[in-house]
Design a protein around this ligand. Structure first.
Ligand code: PEP
Ligand code: MG
Length: 357
């Protein structure tokens, strides 16, 4: 990221904030996210920097569904020590306490690189990333887990999330390391309970193993950004194929439905933390599928809350059932927009897509 990108992003955020104020969305802050027919939908937030915490709280987030720990690693000049990590994680946990904070283990590789740990590959998204890196470097994983556990002492609102899991064996190895770290910090006198552990479902292989994975953990969280890219074989960052990148593609919708079905069959809650959850129209469908919580960036949270407070769960389920019979992604988009427009809810659909109506 160069400085002009940062400025552009900040400017866009200020503009968005003004727009939301003019729509009165700031008044939703203390109201619950509940549908017209009484269904509660917890809205969580994605964070990376400490600055995200204040923005999230200003908008009434109920917890952190995804804290991307690679962000503090990326702005550092070298691997942060256990002590440095502990301090950073403690800030996040303390700021949200008693609400839950879901900390994802280091997810580098792919599009996220550390200047002091370069990874050079022809196919980075199919290469050494996420849990693959940290299982090959257990010392990095152990230090990070120890720091998270120590940071949660007395707060006990930590949840640990594992990225890029493609099979049972990786999860077994990661769980083994977490238990080892837990034993170590307890031997050193830190009295913390074992936190809830979750797995990200963001690789097609994981979709097909949802039940087996769910049995081994406390919760699941779908990473729709990567799941969309891997299901459709479309690079999430390549503008040339951006038209093909579509989380409303019927294959993606079917995968999401199956994940919820299989997680619930094992009695485990399932959340979603990709960009899709922050799209108010898509959020209607995710709620209808039965996701237990939605996690998004703070900017989109009021828009999603506004939308879900205007709709009935029963209506959302009808709409989902109708859309699931459509095989053309474009028709899914236009049908969804039209249905929400007919319900008088066009206001919060993103303007670019409204224009195509
Ligand atoms: C995702 O893949 O959807 C996700 C939430 O993680 P990230 O965007 O950090 O890869
Ligand atoms: Mg991901």
């Amino acid at each position: 990221t160069n400085p002009s990108d940062v400025l552009r992003k900040q400017f866009a955020e200020v503009v968005e904030e003004e727009k939301q104020l003019s729509l009165g969305l700031d008044k939703l802050r203390d109201l619950p996210c509940v549908t017209l027919d009484g269904h509660r939908m917890p809205l969580w937030v994605n964070t990376g920097l400490l600055a995200d915490v204040a923005r999230a709280q200003k908008r009434g987030a109920e917890g952190v569904g995804l804290y991307r720990t690679e962000v503090p690693f990326m702005i550092n000049q070298r691997f942060p020590s256990e002590k440095e990590q502990l301090a950073i994680y403690r800030e996040q946990l303390a700021a949200f306490h008693p609400q839950p904070v879901t900390m994802r283990s280091l997810d580098i590789g792919g599009d996220k690189s550390l200047s002091y740990f370069p990874i050079k590959e022809d196919n980075p998204f199919l290469g050494w990333r996420g849990i693959r890196v940290t299982l090959d470097h257990p010392e990095i994983f152990l230090v990070q887990t120890r720091a998270m556990l120590k940071a949660s002492e007395g707060l006990n609102n930590l949840r640990i999330l594992l990225p890029m899991i493609s099979g049972i064996h990786e999860l077994e190895e990661a769980l083994h390391l977490i238990h080892r770290a837990w034993g170590e910090v307890r031997d050193e006198g830190t009295d913390v309970p074992m936190p809830p552990i979750g797995v990200m479902i963001e690789i097609p292989a994981a979709v097909y193993q949802t039940k087996e994975l769910a049995r081994m953990v406390d919760f699941l969280s779908v990473g729709s950004n990567d799941l969309t890219q891997y299901l459709l074989a479309v690079d999430r960052n390549n503008p040339r194929v951006a038209d093909l990148y579509d989380y409303l593609h019927p294959a993606v919708l079917q995968a999401l439905q199956n994940v919820v079905r299989d997680a619930h069959a094992e009695g485990k809650p399932v959340s979603i933390c990709g960009e899709m959850a922050g799209d108010p129209a898509a959020a209607v469908l995710l709620m209808a599928m039965g996701f237990d919580s939605l996690s998004m960036n703070a900017t989109n949270l009021p828009k999603v809350k506004w939308m879900l407070r205007q709709i009935n769960l029963s209506k959302a389920k009808e709409l989902l059932a109708e859309l699931m019979t459509i095989d053309n992604p474009q028709v899914i988009h236009s049908s969804l927009q039209l249905a929400l427009k007919n319900l008088g809810l066009a206001r919060m659909i993103n303007p670019a897509s409204v224009k195509t109506l």
